[in-house]
Design a protein around this ligand. Structure first.
Ligand code: IFM
Length: 439
């Protein structure tokens, strides 16, 4: 396996998680979220599972931080829950929630782990969802206010700050496909949400910068596409898919404009005066996070925008059914640096795979994950050799957790979690990473 010593000095290795996926949202006075509502609606989530208990990290965080330290990770990418800090989304603060994140950050520092915070990883307070959530223009201000509150408490000890995780998933999966909360399927709401989530990112960066915080970043997810054939129809579908999946948010952040083709097709749904917001959307960031998992085959579809269909591909697949295509990681690192972010430092903020892992005799043999990680390390290293300013890699995820609409059965962790007993069992991949980071 690639080792720490195969990467430049100072390259940071870390593990990622997210609040709703691990904490246990029924503990500590957290407010209701749109994921609780989505999961309580028949047919949305496998077995209607929710994040009420999840990995019980709210009570087990010290042992979980020990696992991060013992693996030799430099940093921990965690997220704070908006609804835990502000149960109604605005107004009264839940002091217990702020105290929890305060202890958590101190716990990282005590263990020599750098805290990388993500301010929003999908648990919108239900009270704000009632007002239209990300489809409501006011969400940018609401989000920036929340960002200032949480940073006011822990920001003095944070290594790096990301605003919103995977703006694509927040807006497109939440409001176009309806696969994620709030489960809306409406093109107008979706396009508005895409803009509003971009504006919320920029508004928060401006507010935090003005308040004196630095090392502020954005985190985008990317999907690699291969054409089903070489027809002009497929080429056009590839462009629509790329604009929507990979370029919309990057273009907003780094060019202050959205892809022309996309604006031509659905720009009529953008909120009035959206052009005036683009200065805020593109307020400079100090780093960019790249989340990458898989590739897919794209074909043209007859339906309305984006008129794209995915075709089953031949490559080995993960438990999610996602095709493993390590060179996609290099592709997007190059695309970001060459076409958008330039010299801005990049971090791979998520990469990993789900596997149907089982504990056998106290061990979990996940060689397939070790291979996956190693192949992606090779591509990260290649990108650095090609000149990409890549400064770190975070594995998704530290431990098995709530995989959103797919409930608890998709296991992404390098640590196995028994969701009945909450027992943690480091997998072979955890031990392999530990050895790689020690050398
Ligand atoms: O579990 C998710 C995470 O919340 C966001 N990025 C992708 C992961 C795997 O689907």
């Amino acid at each position: 396996m690639y080792k720490r010593s195969d990467f430049p000095a100072g390259f940071q290795f870390g593990a990622s998680t997210a609040a709703y996926q691990i904490e246990g949202h029924s503990f500590g006075g957290a407010g209701r979220t749109h994921w609780d509502d989505f999961a309580a609606t028949s047919g949305n989530v496998v077995r209607a599972e929710n994040g009420a208990v999840a990995c019980d990290h709210y009570h087990r965080w010290e042992a979980d931080l020990d696992l991060i330290r013992d693996a030799g990770f430099d940093a921990y990418r965690f997220s704070t829950s908006w609804a835990r800090v502000l149960p109604e989304g605005r107004g009264a603060v839940n002091a217990e929630g702020l105290d929890f994140y305060d202890r958590l950050v101190d716990g990282m520092l005590e263990r020599g782990i750098k805290p990388m915070i993500t301010l929003y990883h999908w648990e919108l307070p239900s009270a704000l969802a009632d007002l239209g959530g990300w489809a409501n223009n006011d969400v940018a201000k609401w989000f920036a206010d929340y960002a200032e509150i949480i940073m006011g408490r822990v920001g003095d000890r944070i290594w790096k700050t990301a605003t919103i995780n995977e703006l694509y998933c927040v807006s497109v999966l939440g409001y176009l496909t309806g696969h994620h909360a709030p489960g809306t399927r409406n093109v107008r709401a979706a396009v508005r949400a895409m803009h509003n989530v971009s504006l919320a990112h920029g508004t928060a960066v401006e507010a935090l910068r003005a308040a004196g915080y630095g090392d502020l970043g954005a985190v985008c997810n990317f999907t690699h596409h291969r054409p089903v054939d070489d027809s002009p129809e497929t080429a056009a579908a590839m462009q629509r898919a790329d604009d929507l999946d990979n370029r919309f948010f990057l273009s907003g952040f780094f060019k202050g404009a959205y892809p022309e083709g996309l604006v031509e097709l659905v720009g009529q749904h953008l909120p009035e005066g959206w052009q005036d917001d683009m200065k805020t959307v593109s307020t400079p960031v100090d780093w960019l996070g790249v989340n990458y998992y898989f590739s897919t085959i794209v074909a043209a579809d007859d339906g309305p925008w984006p008129a794209v269909r995915q075709v089953e591909g031949p490559l080995p697949k993960t438990q999610m059914g996602w095709e493993i295509y390590p060179d996609g990681l290099r592709h997007f690192l190059r695309m970001c640096a060459d076409e958008y972010s330039g010299e801005t430092p990049l971090y791979i903020t998520e990469n990993g795979m789900a596997n149907a892992d089982l504990v056998d005799g106290g061990a979990v043999a996940d060689q397939v994950r070790i291979d996956y990680l190693d192949q992606h390390f090779a591509k990260a290293r290649q990108a650095i050799d090609e000149g990409v300013p890549l400064e770190g890699y975070f594995v998704w995820s530290l431990m098995d957790n709530y995989e959103w609409a797919l409930g608890y059965e998709k296991r992404f962790g390098i640590v196995h979690v028994d969701f009945d007993s909450q027992e943690r069992t480091p997998k072979a991949s955890y031990h392999a990473l530990k050895a790689a980071l020690a050398s």
